[in-house]
Design a protein around this ligand. Sequence first.
Ligand code: HEC
Ligand code: HEC
Length: 343
Amino acid sequence: MYRYVSMKGIVLLFLSLVIFSCNKDETTIPSDNTFKFETPSYIPKPIYEFTNNPLTQNGFELGKLLFYDPILSSDSSISCASCHFQSHAFADQNLAFSKGVNNLIGKRNSPALFNLSWNSSFMWDGGINHIETMPLAPITNHLEMNENMMHVIEKLNRNKTYREKFKTTFKIDSINDQKLFYALAQFIGNLQSFSSKYDKVRQVKTLYSSEENNGYMLFKKHCQQCHTEPLFSNFEFANNGIDSIYADKGRYLITLDPNDEGKFKIPSLRNIALTFPYMHDGRFSTLEKVIEHYSENILQVPNLDTRLRKKIQLNAKEKQELQAFLNTLTDFEFIQNKIYNKP
Ligand code: HEC
Ligand code: HEC
C-alpha cells in the first residue's frame, strides 16, 4: 500500500511529526516556580485566570494531592477522585449516580471535569458561580464527603506534610479555607483537554474520514447552537425536551423562575464517548440513545428550547455519521497525561 503514498503525503507526515514533537512538552516551569499551560490559538481567553491565586508548580501539585486524598471526607473514605476518574475524563466510572460517605447515593450524574476555567458556572443547575468556592459543595454535602470545613481544616493542620506544603506554597503557618480552595482551584482549573482528533484536524495535523466529516456537517446544523465550538458548550441553560414532569427541576431550583423548570447547564461534548451514561440523571446509557432522543423523542413541552422545536429527524446513516464525529472529541492524551495522575 505505502508504495502509493504521494510526495505530498510524506511532506505532511514529516511536518506533523515536527509539530507533534515541538508540542509534546507544552507546560513550561520557570525557575521561580510559576507556570502556565499553553492553549491552542483558537481557544478563547479563559474566565478564570488565577489573578488572585497565582499559579505555581507547588500550588498545582498541592491541589492534586488534595484532590486524590480522602482526608477531605468525614470518615476519610472518599476523595474527589472517588467520583471523578481521570480515565473517564474525570467523570465517574460510568455510574448514573455516585457513591459518597456511608455508601449514600447522590442525586445527579457526576460530570466530567476539564476546561473548567472557561466555565461561567458550575453544577447541572449552575448553582455555583466561582471555581474557588466550588469544593465547598462536595466537601459539605452529606451524600458526598459529608464533612464540615472547620473539621477538614483541623485535620489538615494536624498533618505535618500538609502544614509544610501549604507553607512553601502560600507562605502561611496555619492552613485556612481560602488557601485550601486556592490549591484545589490550581489543580481543577488546569485540567486542560485540547488534544482530541477534532483539535488535531483544526491544527491541520490530520484529516477527518468522510464519515466524520459528514457528521461534523450534521453537528453544525443541529447541535452547534448550544454545544458550541471550540469548547462544545455555550454555557447557557436549556431544556432539551427529555421530560414533561420534572423529578429534578434544574435551574429553577436556583432562580425560582417557572420558565427555568427542566433547564440544565449545557454540558461540553468534549470526551463525550468516555462519560456515559448521559444527562443530569444518567438516563441514557449510550450515544445512540442520545442521538435517538434528539432525532425522534424530543417532548414539545412549554419550556423546550426554541432551537429544538423544529424536528431534527436523522436517518440511520446520518445517526452513525453524527456519532463518528462525536467520537473525534475524545482526548486520549488528556486521560493518560501523567501530570494529572494520582500522586
Ligand atoms: C460522591 C461523589 C463526588 C465527590 C466525592 C466529589 N464530586 Fe464533584 N461532582 C459530583 C456530582 C454528582 C456533581 C454534580 C452535582 C450537581 O450538579 O448538583 C459534581 C460536580 C462537580 C463540579 C462541577 C462541574 C461542572 O461542570 O459544573 C466540580 C468542579 C467538581 N464536582 C469538583 C469536585 C471536587 C474538587 C471534589 C473534591 C473536593 C469533588 N468534586 C468531589 C460528584 C462528586
Ligand atoms: C437547545 C440547546 C441544545 C441543542 C440544540 C442540543 N443540545 Fe445536547 N444538551 C443540551 C442540554 C441542556 C443538555 C443537558 C440536559 C440534561 O442533562 O438534562 C444536553 C446534553 C447532551 C448530551 C449529554 C451530555 C452529558 O454529559 O451527559 C449529549 C451527548 C448531547 N446533548 C448531544 C447533543 C447532540 C448530538 C445534539 C445535536 C443533535 C444536541 N445535543 C443538541 C442542550 C442542547
